[in-house]
Design a protein around this ligand. Structure first.
Ligand SMILES: Cc1cc2nc3c(=O)[nH]c(=O)nc-3n(C[C@H](O)[C@H](O)[C@H](O)COP(=O)(O)OP(=O)(O)OC[C@H]3O[C@@H](n4cnc5c(N)ncnc54)[C@H](O)[C@@H]3O)c2cc1C
Length: 313
């Protein structure tokens, strides 16, 4: 890697390039460092964007988001462990119900363009919560889709792929860091970007951007308390075993443990969060005040209906 060429043709030289280009970008593949994600680890996710008055969002959802689980025969989502459950994310003046399924499921290539809308139709046609409380106040504005690498960390081929090369460091979704445990890729994108920035600075100072120097990035990512733990957690994946047993009690316990309050147990997300927080506090104790201020800022923004300015401005 010697730098990047922008869409307008400008050439920007760099000793180290950090690829933070997400799932669909091909940079690391073109650089010969990584290969395509396997289809079993890529989920197509559809979102039905509905307008909803802010007052209604508050009244119907409060400060919560909702998710719905079902067995496959109910037809409102991918079989357990083979896709995301049905979520409703709330925003200021809108809500986003959405669901996803892997491009290859149980060896088959499902027709997701048909299947996902069919699941959603069954959901909206059957769920009293949707019909009574939500639908009368919501108006469909757009249908969107995206892809995300949900179980990439569980698939040995993907897990073995490097995330650095000569002059290049790869972060976030581009490196397959999306958390299989929670479907949350944002924290790992932040953590890996932070580590990559530190290593890039060291490489520039040392005048050495070779793959062997940059290997310290991989070592630090692997030693991080949150990244590897969350990308290699099989609990949600293992929900597929429940399909054979049909034990409703176990089903509810697992839902609570993987999506509800149980997710914060020490051995689940609690431990990695605590360890990552303590490491950050040790490095810079003042960060505690910034975290507190972050929540204040969120609520102030919400109350005043404003957004933070872009950090680049
Ligand atoms: C529907 C959906 C719901 C999700 N929900 C959650 C959630 O609730 N919580 C959570 O933590 N995570 C969630 N995720 C995952 C999360 O969005 C990703 O893990 C995270 O955004 C990854 O960050 P990133 O910076 O690596 O990549 P991205 O956020 O994908 O950013 C990459 C950026 O690079 C740009 N880019 C690509 N190629 C180039 C190029 N050649 N030149 C210039 N720019 C380029 C892209 O346009 C993009 O803006 C969700 C993902 C999806 C698809």
């Amino acid at each position: 890697m010697r730098g990047v060429v922008t869409d307008s043709g400008a050439r920007i030289g760099a000793r180290v390039v950090i690829d933070a280009g997400g799932t669909q970008n091909q940079l690391a593949i073109k650089a010969g460092i990584r290969e395509r994600f396997t289809a079993e680890s890529i989920e197509l996710y559809m979102i039905w964007d509905h307008e909803m008055a802010r007052r209604d969002v508050d009244e119907v959802f409060g400060h919560t988001m909702e998710f719905f689980h079902a067995f496959p025969e109910e037809g409102i989502g991918a079989p357990l462990g083979y896709g995301s459950t049905l979520y409703i994310f709330t925003y200021r003046d809108s809500i986003h119900p959405g669901l996803g399924q892997f491009l290859v499921t149980q060896g088959d290539v499902p027709n997701l363009a048909k299947l996902l809308p069919r699941y959603f139709e069954t959901f909206t046609g059957r769920l009293e919560r949707w019909k009574k409380d939500i639908a009368p106040r919501a108006r469909l504005r757009a249908v969107m889709w995206d892809v995300c690498p949900i179980y990439a960390g569980l698939i040995p081929e993907t897990r073995r792929m490097p995330f650095h090369g000569d002059g290049m460091l790869i972060t976030g979704d581009a490196a397959g860091f999306e958390a299989s445990a929670f479907g949350d890729g944002v924290p790992n994108a932040w953590f890996s970007a932070d580590i990559a920035a530190g290593v890039a600075i060291e490489a520039v100072r040392a005048g050495d951007a070779s793959a062997s120097f940059l290997a310290r990035y991989e070592r630090r990512v692997r030693a991080h308390p949150f990244i590897i733990h969350t990308i290699s957690d099989r609990r949600r994946w293992n929900m597929r075993d429940l399909l054979a047993g049909r034990d409703m009690r176990e089903f509810k316990a697992k839902v609570r443990d993987h999506w509800g309050i149980g997710a914060f147990r020490y051995r689940n997300m609690g431990g990695p969060v605590l360890k990552a927080s303590l490491a950050a506090l040790k490095e810079r104790p003042a960060v505690a005040a910034e975290w507190a201020e972050m929540f204040r800022r969120y609520f102030r923004n919400w109350e005043e209906n404003r957004f933070d300015p872009l950090s680049a401005s």
